[in-house]
Design a protein around this ligand. Sequence first.
Ligand code: 4D8
Length: 255
Amino acid sequence: PTSMHIEELCASIVRSHRETSQYHVEEVQALRWKIFRREEIHAYQSKSVDEMWQLCAVRLTDAVQYVVEFAKRIPGFRQLGQNDQIALLKSGSMEVVLVRMSRMFNTENSTVFFDGKFAGSELFKSLACGDFIAAVFDFAHSICALRLTEQQVALFSALVLINADRPCLEDRDRVLRVRKDMELALSLILHRDNQESLQHKLYQKITALKSLCALHIEKLRWFRQLYPLTVHSLFPPLYKELFGSDTDIQAMVTL
Ligand code: 4D8
């Protein structure tokens, strides 16, 4: 690939990221004063475990849908086989949601934009997975500490998604070729920003993302055992297909 080609690739991925972010950085800044009041936090904390899980599953699926749209606009993604597109989204969409969460995170008071206002980790108490929520908040802090630009977030997200090491890929070589372009694009951006030292730090974050997502799946298994009917009849189909163990892919095929 020529450097011109990589320039265009960068521009295209940055555009895709911008077009598939529900909120733009300036809008998020303007929303920072919106914080849940004590009574509102109490109302979330008083929800039953299954009620709060359902709400989070719905909110999370919403965020995932934007990530799917982002993936589709990554040059080369749509040219992969359908099964490989699904395999990449199954393992990568939650990771990208967690990367995107850092854009909606306020490090000053450790709150995240959720359900219309900024919420601290205590708001998620009724999920009964405090260790997972704490780890997610820690991760958001650590990404925010890198002070990434929107361009860097865009390229890093693409790199997280296009991963040739994911299980069940049919045409690993093809994914690898797309991957190589993403790596070049990220290097180009970091070089241009004079921030080459970020490269190593970003690759380290990928390890943390992987364990967070494994923990999410583990929590879902635990929840499904306790509330199989809630998962079966009230969770969004896309959520079940992405994170559940079943191999049924109806909602994914129609993405
Ligand atoms: O732009 O789509 O509005 C988190 C979910 C973010 C999970 C969402 C969530 C986001 C993970 C709801 C539940 C990150 C934004 C809002 C909803 C990502 C936790 C908080 C998006 C960025 C902030 C703002 C709970 C949006 C981790 C885990 C899920 C369970 C089902 C228990």
